[in-house]
Write a new protein. Sequence first.
Length: 282
Amino acid sequence: MAWFNRESKGVTTPTEDKREAPDGLWYRCPECKTVILSKSHHDNAYTCPSCNYHEKIGSAEYFELLFDKNQFTELDENMTSGDPLEFVDTKAYPDRIKASIKKTNLKDAVRTGYGMLNGKEITIACMDFNFIGGSMGSVVGEKIARAIENARQHKTPFLMISRSGGARMMEAGYSLMQMAKTSAKLALLAQDGLPYISLLTDPTTGGVTASYAMLGDFNIAEPKSLIGFAGPRVIRETIGKDLPDGFQSAEFVLDHGFLDFIVDRKDLKERISNLLNIISAH
Ligand SMILES: [Zn+2]
């Protein structure tokens, strides 16, 4: 039948000209494939209403969720990385940094700020995974150290939101030094009697887990986050044994005593606010 046959051959429409819903109007859950309006997804704290999958979000989204009316003073917003080792892999490190800044509109893998959370002052540092895998280099360490210093100066609690593949290889030893620097600053915060809450999100691994992410007065996590130091393959090869089911999930890590509780992102602001009220009442 003529209707079903294309009369002129070779008619193709370039993908960009095909009529589709405008980008970003709908969200499709990668876990359960449910499709919802992006606006509803946003209003649901970027979690899926069917299966509760927590979409990976960045500092802009967390700041909007946590700071009252999304108002906060950003700290060190223009700090960018140097190239102390003149490191080159498939790209020269400064070119990689430039490309990441362009792609993400971020200056590095953490943003820090302070403002009000349910009417109480707080300093928050939040990592951005989109920037070179949320890797911790000198800028990340320095900005976190300065955010902790800000918390001490203003006598506010400190909340750290981690999402990271670990230390930034292109800065090698300089990255590792950030573990000691941030840990020392957290010790000063503790000496001042100011609370530190660490939220681990999917994924939190490597040198970040091995330093500030696990040093909270409360270490809390989002559901089903991958939390670990080395990856499962490395561990399996090292110990020569199979690993248990759910190994390195937030739920597993909680069961084994490394977390205080798991928090649904929709309840995050209230839970943090309640926790800080309880602490400050004693
Ligand atoms: Zn889902």
